[in-house]
Design a binder for this molecule. Structure first.
Ligand code: C5P
Length: 240
């Protein structure tokens, strides 16, 4: 299975994003994540431009709507030729299956399973704590059980994997199969600032803990030397 480091491009503008990417030498094209902030600020053209520069792209828009709407939206996003997209598992299996049906490649020829973008589910947001789960989402099921049940539901719906904490990756693989992809944020070097992340792991440990893709933002984007920080993350994660 492919393993890679994905840089979270959490920048507010096109200028800042491209200035960041320009620091990398011409032949080095990291896998990058484009989230809501950049996508809503700059629109789909920023995705096309970064793709044209040769990067693989995880488009992190976390879709959640009725099945037909998500299916059609995924079909539109397929035209951007991205490599990974996501949705909320809370939308339930019909929505997840609809999303799969909508995903193709830009020429519309690729059927699910033959080269379409990887479809990844968000289980419970890491910002939802046990109190919110109980008092606002009205569930008495413990968080860990909820996360694993959502992951299993995503796997049973045909999705490729989940976004999860690196601490959950091994258990997700155990429940959903070795080939079920784990995409894990919450990565910090042993000597980098933790910031607002709570459940963290180093790239090296993540590499040995069932994580297929690690998503790394500030430890690379805010580093004094982002290219060196990226290479360090790759080296540590892949054990090279
Ligand atoms: O800067 P940092 O490494 O914390 O960035 C992590 C990235 O992963 C951010 O883009 C954040 O939105 C995203 N993410 C996360 N936790 C989740 C889901 C996504 O940190 N549960």
């Amino acid at each position: 299975m492919a393993k890679d480091v994905i840089i979270a491009l959490d920048f507010p503008t096109r200028e800042e994003t491209l200035a960041f990417l320009d620091q990398f030498p011409a032949g080095e094209k990291p896998f990058v994540k484009i989230g809501m902030e950049l996508f809503y600020a700059e629109g789909p053209q920023i995705v096309r431009d970064i793709k044209a520069r040769g990067h693989k792209i995880f488009l992190d828009l976390k879709l959640h709507d009725i099945p037909n709407t998500v299916k059609r939206a995924m079909n539109v996003l397929s035209r951007l030729d991205v490599d990974m997209v996501n949705l909320h598992a809370a939308g339930a299996s019909e929505m997840m299956k609809g999303a799969l049906e909508g995903l193709t490649r830009p020429d519309g020829t690729c059927k699910p399973g033959s080269g379409r973008p990887l479809l990844i589910a968000v289980t419970q947001l890491t910002s939802t704590d046990a109190a919110a789960l109980k008092n606002e989402l009205l569930s008495d099921v413990p968080m860990a059980e909820t996360v694993m049940s959502y992951a299993k539901n995503a796997a049973d719906s045909g999705l490729d994997g989940v976004v999860c904490s690196p601490l959950e990756a091994a258990l997700v693989k155990e429940k959903c199969g070795e080939n079920f992809v784990t995409v894990t944020p919450g990565i910090r070097f042993a000597d980098s600032a933790v910031g607002d992340q709570k459940r963290i792991m180093t790239p090296e440990k993540a590499g040995k803990s069932g994580c297929d893709y690690i998503v790394v933002g500030r430890p690379i984007t805010q580093a004094e030397d982002p290219v060196a920080a990226y290479r360090r993350a790759v080296r540590d994660f892949l054990g090279q």
